[in-house]
Design a protein around this ligand. Structure first.
Ligand SMILES: *[C@@H]1O[C@H](CO)[C@@H](O)[C@H](O)[C@H]1NC(C)=O
Ligand SMILES: *[C@@H]1O[C@H](CO)[C@@H](O)[C@H](O)[C@H]1NC(C)=O
Ligand SMILES: *[C@@H]1O[C@H](CO)[C@@H](O)[C@H](O)[C@H]1NC(C)=O
Ligand SMILES: *[C@@H]1O[C@H](CO)[C@@H](O)[C@H](O)[C@H]1NC(C)=O
Ligand SMILES: *[C@@H]1O[C@H](CO)[C@@H](O)[C@H](O)[C@H]1NC(C)=O
Length: 430
């Protein structure tokens, strides 16, 4: 008894003398701690004192990088770190008993931990925590586990709005083996932590990517990471869209080429073939998905059709210039209306009186066929004289004037509509 008292006093003196030492954790103390807390511990049992309760696992997600997104096969590889926190109610200690040690590291194999699977696994079904990253256990029973993993996720790709598309990938992490009353995975924040995020060169991770609690219909505890990825479209705009629009614009120049040069058809065919080449280029970048079809295909198809129409219109124009027989009266009337319709209104009321006007008319009348492009109302008198000798050449010129305007209008409407809808990701069929 006296011996014990002596030791106690000695310890007390030591403690008082070496006050700093009190927080210094000694090796035996730590070993003792591990031994104490794992004595009789069974990792198969839920970490609850009252086993009828539910384990609440708090979840946070850090997306570190998007490594690869293969839209063709619908496979996305991402590096993700999870922050899982729960209470291991059986493992507690008083820090002062163990030299002030407040937390220890434990191998995940030695302790109960939630077994979580990735539901949309692409190549193998992976246990989220299959890396042997240590778990930190605090004296007050809190357990902190940060398993990080590279996940290969399969994701349905919707390329309708390529190249201005936004892909939404739902990544569900599920405690497949548990019942809903055994554990609850509760996400603590609805936003994904991007503190360590590394930018991808092809995809932007949007800020409204979210973390969601389990849906009520799910049979096993789960949570969902909803990734929203926006394609960086600059490359495709430069590589596909702008060249396509340029080709579409120059397609109409065939009508401005002189018929005599005989080049109209060859230029039209060349441009038609260029569209076929572009169709192939787009094909290499867009998944061959039928449901839904990328609208850019529909647009290229329109361009092909447009080019076909130009080709045919070109052929018709050549035939017109080539005709020898007299122009039918009905056609004459149409041409008259098309070319001089502005003047008909004025001929009745406006008779050129000034000297200037008369001179101009005189000059103009020397080359009767050349001067009716601008539909100038002051040339009314000219018009009346010319009306009677409408030749096939004049028909051809009128044709060359109106057909490109109509085609340009179709092209502008279709192009504007397509890219507006693609850019705003709004539906085409309303
Ligand atoms: C254990 O938890 C259940 C459900 O919360 C509760 O009904 C029961 O009274 C608890 N038992 C004890 C011993 O506290
Ligand atoms: C346990 O202690 C840690 C570290 O001090 C703290 O972060 C955690 O919130 C505590 N847990 C509880 C349940 O108080
Ligand atoms: C992703 O989940 C949301 C609801 O959380 C759902 O509306 C959407 O259809 C899902 N998307 C896919 C591709 O499964
Ligand atoms: C998820 O559910 C928990 C309760 O179970 C709640 O505290 C938390 O706010 C929810 N998270 C979100 C993002 O709704
Ligand atoms: C997303 O959030 C980050 C940080 O909060 C901010 O710097 C960035 O501009 C946001 N991006 C968008 C597209 O809103």
């Amino acid at each position: 008894m006296a011996h014990c008292l002596l030791v106690f006093i000695w310890n007390l003196i030591l403690t008082i003398l070496t006050k700093k030492e009190i927080n210094c954790v000694t090796l035996p103390e730590v070993e003792n701690l591990y031994e104490r807390i794992f004595n009789g511990y069974d990792k198969r049992v839920f970490p609850l004192l009252n086993q009828s309760e539910t384990v609440i696992v708090s979840v946070d997600v850090l997306v570190v990088s998007i490594n690869k997104f293969d839209e063709i096969s619908g496979n996305i590889d991402i590096t993700v770190a999870f922050k899982l926190i729960w209470q291991e109610q059986r493992l507690t200690w008083i820090p002062s008993d163990f030299g002030g040690k407040t937390s220890i590291l434990i191998d995940p194999q030695d302790i109960w931990r939630p077994q979580l699977l990735l539901r949309q696994s692409f190549d193998s079904v992976q246990d989220i925590g299959n890396t042997p990253l240590l778990i930190r256990l605090f004296f007050n029973s809190s357990v902190y586990w940060f398993p990080a993993t590279v996940m290969s996720v399969s994701c349905t790709v919707d390329v309708t709005y390529f190249p201005f598309d936004i892909q939404i990938c739902n990544i569900t992490i599920v405690g497949w083996v548990y019942r809903n009353d055994e554990i609850v995975l509760s996400v603590s924040s609805s936003t994904i932590d991007k503190s360590f995020y590394i930018e991808n060169t092809q995809w932007d991770l949007l800020n409204d990517s979210s973390l969601q609690n389990q849906t009520t219909t799910d049979i096993a505890p789960s949570f969902t990471i909803q990734l929203k990825l926006k394609r960086k479209s600059e490359f495709f705009v430069l590589y596909i869209i702008i060249p396509l629009i340029f080709l579409g614009l120059i397609n109409n120049i065939v009508f401005s080429m002189p018929v005599a040069s005989g080049e109209r058809m060859s230029v039209a065919v060349t441009i038609f073939l260029s569209f076929v080449v572009y169709l192939e280029m787009i094909n290499n970048n867009v998944p061959e998905s039928s449901n839904p079809v990328a609208y850019i295909y529909v647009y290229v198809l329109f361009l092909l059709a447009y080019s076909c129409v130009i080709l045919l219109a070109c052929l018709v124009s050549l035939r017109i210039y080539d005709k020898a027989e007299p122009v039918p009266e009905k056609l004459k009337a149409v041409i008259k209306w098309l070319r001089f319709r502005c003047m008909w209104r004025k001929t009745c009321s406006v008779v050129p009186t000034s000297k200037e006007n008369k001179e101009e008319i005189h000059e103009v009348s020397e080359s009767p066929h050349e001067d009716f492009y601008d539909e100038n109302g002051d040339k009314a008198i000219e018009a009346v004289t010319i009306v009677n000798d409408i030749t096939w050449e004049l028909v051809g010129k009128t044709y060359d004037m109106y057909v490109p305007i109509i085609l340009y209008m179709c092209f502008a409407v279709m192009t504007g509509q397509t890219f507006l809808n693609l850019y705003t990701n709004s539906s085409f069929l309303r």
